[in-house]
Design a protein around this ligand. Structure first.
Ligand code: PLP
Length: 366
């Protein structure tokens, strides 16, 4: 397949430029969508076909569509960044394309060729380029996804699948400057077990985490941290972000990938940047006891979470059933005096084109 795989269906009534400008001034997160979307269909008979770039709008979905019953679905999340010269770039989109296919294999979905993933995303960004905001830390969030569209209630991999990419302008995650988040340690729920879907980016993982998120909110916390399912002892990750710990000897520690943790692209980029900044990085198991005690006695100086949406978020407080520990001094230090702050600056400077991309991470969309 090539770029011409996607046939253009003209939009008769795109958003009024004044209205678009109003949205771009204060986009929020995931509330507003651009004028177009890219779609494609897969059937076991024909493979991938009927690629389109068409007006954004609802699907006609049969009530028996398998995704509504058995949740056969995956997604990705990445951003398009407007650089100072107004060109628009993606951050490691090839990594998203490959992860999408790892998720597809786990959920018995057909793979989507990486070059088509990239051209679908590129096509949508180019078409809706006026929707890419230029404010501080603003971007166009891209959401490729794939789901079982076949109408059939039997339990087997669906034979008709839809791929789609939509785009949403998003503002700075922290509108008032970066604020430390509080985390609820979930012991009633786990996110992923060995052999399960923890390493796949699928909607089901998020659905399974919502009750834990409600529990977190009820305890006044922003996010949930999950422990491993087998021993309820090893720190895994938050519902949608990976975790890092800065030790007092300068060591940067992150839970190793065990098959139950989602392999974040932000996580792997931070590991590389930290090494360049002279930090020693260790991927290993992290005992929850080590975190609780380390926060209290200062052995752990900073804790932060990372993911595409918020980039890096310092953790200010860990709360559990029967206790809590508050931010080690490093977390509350200003961005310039902290490890998380320096890593965050290094990463966003690359993404928004303010510094040289020495890793070849950026890909020009248009
Ligand atoms: C998407 C996601 C992340 C972060 O991945 P990035 O590629 O850095 O955005 C972390 N954990 C979970 C469960 C996720 O779904």
């Amino acid at each position: 397949m090539t770029g011409s795989t996607f046939r253009e269906i003209r939009h008769e009534d795109p958003t009024d430029p004044a209205r678009r400008q109003e949205i771009l001034e204060s986009p929020g997160f995931g509330r507003h969508f651009t004028d177009h979307m890219v779609t494609m269909v897969w059937t076991d008979q024909e493979g991938w076909h009927d690629g389109r770039i068409e007006p954004y709008g609802p699907f006609r979905l049969d009530p028996a569509a398998a995704v509504l019953h058995y949740g056969q679905e995956i997604f990705e999340g990445l951003k398009a960044y407007r650089h100072p010269d107004s060109s628009i770039w993606g951050f490691r989109p090839e990594a998203n394309a490959h992860r999408f296919n790892r998720s597809a294999r786990r959920m018995a979905l057909p793979e989507f060729p990486a070059e088509d993933f990239l051209s679908a995303v590129e096509l949508l960004v180019a078409k809706d380029r006026q929707w890419v905001p230029d404010g501080d830390e603003q971007s166009l969030y891209l959401r490729p996804f794939m789901f079982a569209e076949e109408s059939f209630l039997g339990v087997r991999p669906a034979r008709r699948i839809r791929f789609c990419v939509i785009a949403s302008p998003v503002g700075a995650y922290f509108s008032q400057g970066v604020e430390p988040v509080s985390i609820w340690l979930s012991t009633n729920y786990t996110r992923a077990a060995r052999g399960g879907t923890g390493a796949a980016k699928c909607g089901g993982n998020y659905a399974a985490g919502l009750a834990a998120q409600q529990e977190a909110s009820a305890h006044g916390c922003d996010q949930v941290c999950f422990l491993d399912a087998a021993d309820q002892r090893w720190v895994e990750e938050l519902g949608g972000m990976n975790l890092f710990f800065v030790h007092d000897d300068g060591l940067l520690v992150t839970p190793e990938l065990t098959g139950t943790i989602l392999e974040g692209i932000t996580r792997s980029s931070i590991i590389e940047l930290a090494k360049e900044q002279g930090l020693e990085v260790v991927e290993r198991r992290v005992d929850i006891d080590e975190w609780q005690r380390g926060m209290a006695d200062g052995r752990i100086r900073e804790v932060f979470a990372c993911g595409t949406a918020a980039v890096i978020t310092p953790v200010g407080r860990l709360v559990w059933d029967g206790g809590e520990a508050t931010a080690p001094s490093g977390t509350s230090a200003g961005p310039q005096d902290s490890v998380w702050g320096r890593l965050r600056s290094a990463l966003i400077d690359i993404q928004w084109g303010r510094t040289a991309d020495t890793h070849g991470w950026m890909r020009r969309f248009c």
